[in-house]
Write a protein that binds this ligand. Structure first.
Ligand code: NAP
Ligand code: HSE
Length: 436
């Protein structure tokens, strides 16, 4: 049988990795797919740039539209990134009746609803395994492997760059900026690395996971996002003293009042497996009612781990080329007419535990004032540490862990405590999850 012709948009980190994996493992991949998979046409901005892959045998262009319009191309792989040009190209490919594979989480999280509607109308597939958690087949696991379950919640370390930075800062005492630069050199970071460190990239991925887990539309604009730039070495050390690790976590939970959709630094008990996921590795914990908790682990970024997911999607698309569109796995796991518009819970309504760190004057009555305010908001304290002042008369550091409380009560308590004369500066607040 003739090989399937692929058009590749982007020859950067993931594009290059995809070419290399397809070349190296082509024979075995063909045995799995039932046909060869060949990249016949590829585009990049600058055709003179050195590449990590060998592009011999491919037609090359700096006009991506040529690839999308090439009648010989059956599947378009979008590895450019961003959500303007990529959206135009993907919609044009679908209009041209081509199947699409993409690693672009921004594109799917922000425009997935319209992309999938158009794909359904045209009877083509849009596959996006590489968009979430790099090489981990989490989309497949959620969409197919866990199809029997009512998913209760999921939580994941879903940004490799952020986890790499937090790990290097903790283990080697390195500077934030220095580690970020290395992550960029290694090809982990987004074109705009603030997406990684401010949690936007993780929120894109969480939006996709939540839709597939709960059968809801993609609602990126409702995700709560807090980054890792405010995490200090001292918070990392205090957390460890208390038996916790700080991880940048995406959490989505189904509650009676709506779905939680939040990305923020989180204290996790150090005995949890996910607390020990370090470097560029990602992990996603999914709790299904029948299966219980399941954990998926692997490289979250990088050329070949991501290419692994891109090529797996290509194999899936090739296998399903002759299937009836109505019988394919739905893009968002649930049949399009069975997607339920369950609301996203506002952050003020979510319940979680907290780590608080504050500086106070070292005099009698301070603790009583603080605990009274906290108690009045119905917050109970689980653990408390007072650090010795560095010198006589200096301020002291107080660290508290609280039990679960509604975010709006915590906000109120923090505001009132910060207003006390004996409290110096702002309170550091980090959310805490036991992930039981
Ligand atoms: P990259 O290394 O920057 O590669 C982007 C490619 O797109 C380059 O070949 C670039 O051409 C081309 N390109 C950029 N702008 C273009 C334009 N206006 N017109 C035509 N071509 C253009 O990016 P990447 O890291 O491979 O990421 C690609 C996608 O995969 C993104 O959506 C990203 O979020 C996603 N992703 C990345 C990773 C990862 O570990 N890097 C993991 C999972 C998902 P030139 O090379 O000539 O500049
Ligand atoms: N910049 C992303 C990360 C790439 O670091 O996780 C993988 O999606």
């Amino acid at each position: 049988m003739k090989p399937v012709n692929v058009g590749l948009l982007g020859l950067g980190t993931v594009g290059g990795g995809t070419v290399n994996v397809l070349k190296r493992n082509g024979e075995e991949i063909a045995r799995r797919a039932g046909r060869g998979i060949e990249i016949v046409h590829a585009s990049a901005r600058d055709l003179n740039k050195p590449r990590i892959c060998d592009t011999a045998g491919m037609q090359l262009t700096n006009d991506a539209n040529e690839v999308v319009d090439n009648p010989e191309v059956q599947v378009v792989v979008e590895l450019i990134g961003g959500d303007s040009l990529a959206l135009e190209l993907v919609m044009r490919a679908i209009d041209n009746g081509k199947h699409v594979v993409t690693a672009n989480k921004a594109l799917i999280a922000k425009h997935g609803n319209e992309i999938f509607a158009k794909a359904q109308e045209k009877g083509v597939m849009v596959a996006f395994e590489a968009a979430v958690a790099g090489g981990i087949p989490i989309i497949k696991a959620l969409r197919e492997g866990l199809a029997a379950n009512r998913i209760e919640w999921l939580a994941g370390i879903i940004n490799g760059t952020g986890n790499f930075i937090l790990t290097e800062m903790r283990d080697k005492g390195r500077d934030f900026e220095d580690v970020l630069k290395e992550a960029q050199e290694l090809g982990y970071a987004e074109a705009d690395p603030t997406f990684d460190v401010e949690g936007i990239d993780a929120a894109h991925k969480l939006t996709i996971l939540a839709s597939i887990a709960f059968g809801i539309p993609l609602q990126f604009d409702k995700a709560f996002t807090e980054g890792i730039t405010q995490i200090t070495r001292e918070d990392v050390e205090y957390a460890e003293e208390l038996g916790y690790r700080i991880k940048h976590l995406g959490v989505s939970r189904r509650t009676e009042n709506g779905v939680e959709l939040r990305v923020h630094p989180t204290l996790i008990p150090e005995r949890r497996l996910i607390a020990n996921v370090d470097g560029v590795m990602n992990a996603v914990l999914v709790k299904g009612d029948a299966v219980g908790p399941t954990l998926y682990y692997g490289a979250g970024a990088g050329d070949e781990p991501t290419a692994s997911a891109v090529v797996a999607d290509l194999v899936d698309v090739v296998r399903a080329l002759t299937s009836d569109p109505e019988n394919r796995v739905p893009h968002l796991a649930f049949q399009p007419d069975a997607i339920e518009d369950i609301g996203i819970l506002p952050m003020a309504e979510i319940e979680t535990a907290y780590y608080l760190r504050m500086q106070t004057e070292d005099r009698p009555g301070v603790l009583a004032d603080i605990t009274r305010i906290i108690g009045d908001q119905g917050i109970s304290i689980e653990a408390f540490i007072q650090k010795e002042p560095e010198e006589e008369g200096a301020n002291v550091t107080l660290i508290m862990l609280t039990h679960r409380v509604r975010e709006q009560n915590m906000e109120q308590a923090i505001g009132e405590v910060e207003a006390l004369d004996c409290v110096v500066g702002k309170i550091t607040r980090i959310r805490m999850e036991t992930l039981k």
